[in-house]
Design a binder for this molecule. Structure first.
Ligand code: NDP
Length: 317
């Protein structure tokens, strides 16, 4: 068991965490960033990123995150590959323990743990996960070369996954529970114009069908959301893209959150209800949830943490 002290501990390694680390390091606070289970966060499971400013051509998500990590390290942040499994925010300095056995004593904590993909919650979804059911087109799309696949969801992720899958699959069906998508207009236009994609409106996946030996999905049962009518459809693969859940389990009871688990901050700020604890990125952002927004909030959190440290001369770390 190792104990370490730091003025600023950053939990999470997406755009919010790395931006916070860059700003905190350049301000001379020698921050420590604990990466969590998925170093680089959600952008490491995407491919093309076209909307992060500064790059005229599309860049790759994993590459962008490597750059952010290297930039943070270059300006003096310490990056630790570990997972914070418990926190005590009841008094300052705060105590955060990792699964690797380190206890961090931190004057300020910046929470940037992001969000994770959600699943439909069907038993059959669990059965066929990895055997036709996937949560990541860019990870698994390759295995569906020439196959007939479906994507569930109506947001940016679902539309991007459907478009990506056309590189591999023979046909892609987008299944959405309403009759309008929430994805950005430009993505919708690409989706509707694509000859390999069709959309099934007003349907939810009520069951995933398949064979046991060898284990593989063969199709889905859909339920019409208006008529309740059930129908069977053959698919070789199903990609679930139905949104995200904030990664806030370890902060429950320590900090205010909403009913879904997003950390609540006054609008336009990164202040949590605990003085000295800040939340940046998808962990608190329900409305915009973009890498560039997360990066901006990471910067805000580092600046606010710096102000907090400067206003507490008793903080001798
Ligand atoms: P969203 O919350 O935007 O969309 C989730 C979709 O899944 C919605 O269409 C929702 O339907 C549907 N859904 C939710 N639960 C179920 C269910 N149980 N069964 C069927 N359908 C369901 O999540 P995303 O992951 O798409 O995106 C998250 C955020 O990340 C967004 O802000 C998005 O803009 C952003 N993002 C940005 C990208 C980019 O800019 N390149 C790429 C990917 C994501 P309904 O519409 O009816 O609520």
């Amino acid at each position: 068991m190792q104990e370490r002290k730091t003025k600023i501990l950053i939990i999470g390694s997406g755009p919010a965490g790395y931006s916070a680390a860059i700003y905190a390091a350049r301000a001379g606070f020698n921050p420590i960033l604990v990466t969590g289970m998925t170093p680089g966060g959600q952008l490491t499971i995407t491919t093309d990123v076209e909307n992060y400013p500064g790059f005229a051509e599309a860049i790759q998500g994993p590459w962008l995150m490597d750059q952010m990590r290297d930039q943070a390290a270059h300006v003096g942040a310490e990056i630790v590959y570990d997972y914070v499994e418990s926190v005590d925010f009841s008094k300052r300095p705060f105590v955060c323990k990792t699964s690797g056995g380190t206890t961090y004593i931190a004057w300020c904590v910046i929470i940037a743990t992001g969000a994770q993909a959600m699943w439909l919650g069907l038993e059959s979804e669990k059965t066929f996960r990895g055997f036709g059911v996937s949560g990541c087109a860019t990870c698994d799309g390759f295995f569906f070369r020439g196959k007939n696949v479906a994507v569930v969801g109506g947001g940016n992720t679902a539309v991007e996954e459907a478009l990506y899958l056309t590189n591999h699959a023979s046909h892609v069906t987008l299944i959405h529970r309403r009759d309008a998508l929430r994805a950005e207009k430009i993505l919708q236009e690409r989706l509707f114009a694509h000859p390999k994609i069709s959309v099934l409106w007003d349907h939810v996946v009520s069951e995933i069908k398949g064979e046991e030996a060898p284990l593989r999905m063969t199709g889905v049962e859909l339920t019409h959301t208006k008529t309740g009518e059930k129908s069977l459809h053959a698919f070789d693969g199903l990609f679930v893209a139905v949104g995200h859940k904030p990664a806030t389990e370890i902060f429950k009871g320590q900090i205010d959150m909403d009913e879904v688990g997003y950390i609540t901050c006054p609008p336009g700020t990164v202040f949590t209800n605990v003085e000295g604890v800040f939340a940046a990125g998808d962990v608190q952002e329900r409305l915009y949830r973009q890498a560039v927004v997360a990066a901006g909030q990471g910067c805000m959190a580092a600046l606010d943490a710096a102000r907090d440290i400067e206003s507490h001369p008793e903080c001798h770390f």
